[in-house]
Write a protein that binds this ligand. Structure first.
Ligand code: ADP
Ligand code: F6P
Length: 322
């Protein structure tokens, strides 16, 4: 394809997400089919700085599409925010003959990619996060698997909650974003959904709601609490004290980040990975791949980072009424 791009790298960064392997696989195989050499960079930006770089062939990504986590490993590397560290990383890329890198991760990882682009290494980002909180993209790799895992777990907790006529607070992931909580709230028919973007911290309203529902004969009361609100265990104690109804907290935690990706995650990751490899091989840089308004597309990283995304008001209202 491009005369300049002979070798590309691929790395995963930030929190892992199911489907990252499908994205790596697509990047590797599409780039190879474009006649470009591919190098896998282990442990995100930390591995780049440590020069943990391996050449990857088609067979190196065999039997990975169905696996959770990331075969390359991931890391948080705070020093990558420093200008001189970024310059050093670009030098390492040049030393290894890497002309461009596909970075699979979230907003933070995109900032690292932007820095490398500033230092002359072509970069393309792919949205990989269970949180669905990349503003330019209607879809992020890992979200579908995470919400399905959470939904199934919440169904199970609900059974026990009904049997024992208890109130259950179930904490799902999302430190800054309530999409997992919103989707599970609707899909699991929760009585209350607490999102970082909208929660007013009015616990009395929740308590009144529980008491009213119990009077109406409801056997369970499910509250889905996003990680960003937190305090699920102490909230359970306060609710139990105020209502006299046994209340338990369940924190689902990392089970939402792992596991075999769903068909949807494998599919989107595969298309996004191939798309990223293609535009990188064409010589594009400082871009992120996105799925927006029904199409796969790409945006300038700065533009993508400046975009904002809100919890859709109508969907949130629906969650409260049905
Ligand atoms: P995510 O990519 O999922 O948002 P983080 O915010 O933890 O996850 O970012 C992942 C990594 O990206 C960080 O550990 C760091 O190496 C890099 N990174 C984050 N912010 C910046 C920044 N402002 N400049 C350069 N690199 C960054
Ligand atoms: O990957 C997304 C996420 O689960 C967020 O919801 C959360 O804020 C973060 O990862 C926590 O990650 P860690 O515990 O690995 O720092």
């Amino acid at each position: 394809m491009s005369e300049q791009i002979k070798t590309i790298g691929v790395l995963t960064s930030g929190g892992d997400a199911p489907g990252m392997n499908a994205a790596i696989r697509a990047v590797v195989r599409k780039a190879l089919s474009n006649g470009v050499t591919v190098k896998g960079i282990k442990r995100g930006y930390a591995g780049l700085l440590a020069e943990e770089i391996i050449e990857m062939g088609r067979k190196d990504v065999s039997d990975t599409i169905q696996r959770g986590g990331t075969i390359l490993g991931t890391a948080r590397c705070l020093e990558f925010k420093e200008e001189e560290v970024q310059a050093e990383a670009a030098e390492i890329c040049r030393k290894h003959g890497i002309d461009g890198i596909v970075v699979i991760g979230g907003d933070g990882s995109y900032r690292g990619a932007q820095a490398l682009a500033r230092h002359g290494i072509n970069t393309i980002g792919i949205p990989g996060t269970i949180d669905l909180d990349i503003a330019c993209s209607d879809y992020t790799i890992g979200f579908d698997t995470a919400v399905n895992t959470a939904m199934q777990a919440i169904d199970k907790v609900r059974d026990t909650s009904s049997s024992h006529e208890r109130c259950s607070i179930i904490e799902v992931m999302g430190r800054n974003a309530g999409y997992i909580a919103l989707w599970c709230g609707i899909a699991n028919g929760a009585e209350d959904i607490l999102l970082p973007e909208t929660y007013d911290y009015n616990e009395q309203r929740i308590i009144n709601n529980i008491i009213q529902n119990r009077k109406k004969g409801k056997k369970h009361h499910i509250i889905i609490n996003a990680e960003g609100i937190g305090h699920s265990t102490s909230m359970a104690r306060r609710i139990e004290a105020a209502t006299g109804i046994e209340t338990r907290a369940t924190i689902l935690g990392y089970m939402q980040r792992g596991g075999s990706p769903t068909c949807k995650d494998r599919y989107y990751a595969s298309i996004m990975g191939a798309y990223a490899a293609d535009i990188l091989c064409e010589g594009k840089t400082n871009r992120v791949v996105a799925y927006r308004h029904g199409e796969f597309t790409d945006f300038d990283i700065e533009e993508a980072l400046n975009m904002t995304k809100q919890i859709p008001e109508y969907q949130y209202q629906v969650s409260k009424t049905i």
